[in-house]
Ligand binder design. Structure first.
Ligand SMILES: Cc1cc2nc3c(=O)[nH]c(=O)nc-3n(C[C@H](O)[C@H](O)[C@H](O)COP(=O)(O)O)c2cc1C
Length: 170
């Protein structure tokens, strides 16, 4: 699938078919994350892929009881090992992991799968479920699988509202 088609097709899927994801597909999706850029090429991201049904339900529970998450055959939990800050003052952890997670979302779409970004989770509940050490930061949770809902495209702001040229005019 063309990149722009994947960007247009991706949507937040909130119901999944129980059909497992073929190993080759999941491997290609993970490879898309591995190839993502990162500050100083540190690649300090780590991904826990949850397929076990009992653990998926526990993950969904730690995500503010968003039970639809457990319907996905795989849940990818994006974590960061890094406390490095860029010169601009921003920590790289959430930026680097977010880039890799969106690679995952777009690659999943290209594979005929669907996904959903999940930021509503309680790290203190989720870490023990997955044996994630205290020093590691959980950045994002992403269920992926074959969609069981209707592909839905939510509205976006116009280019005029979000973009200006040369100087701030917004
Ligand atoms: C950082 C982030 C956190 C999000 N957290 C959640 C979440 O916890 N639960 C959920 O159902 N959707 C979540 N979403 C999905 C957004 O609601 C969704 O992307 C947005 O409404 C636009 O819809 P679309 O993805 O279908 O284009 C999150 C999206 C992002 C980018």
């Amino acid at each position: 699938m063309d990149l722009y088609d994947a960007i247009k097709k991706r949507y937040a899927c909130r119901s999944y078919d129980s059909k497992p994801i073929e190993k080759e597909k999941l491997d290609r999706v993970i490879e898309a994350a591995r190839l993502a850029p990162s500050a100083k090429n540190l690649q300090d991201w780590r991904f826990v892929i949850v397929t076990d049904e009992k653990i998926r339900k526990e993950v969904a529970s730690a995500c503010n009881e968003q039970t639809f998450i457990a319907t996905a055959p795989a849940i990818i939990v994006g974590c960061s090992n890094s406390d490095y800050k860029m010169r601009c003052g921003l920590p790289i952890s959430s930026i680097d992991v977010a880039i890799a997670m969106e690679h995952i979302a777009l690659a999943a779409t290209a594979e005929g799968l669907a996904s959903c970004w999940i930021g509503s989770f309680y790290p203190e509940k989720l870490k023990p479920v997955l044996d994630i050490p205290e020093r590691v930061e959980i950045i994002e949770v992403m269920p992926i699988g074959y969609p069981a809902d209707k592909e839905t495209h939510r509205p976006r702001e116009s280019v005029e509202k979000i973009v200006c040229y040369d100087k701030w005019q917004l």
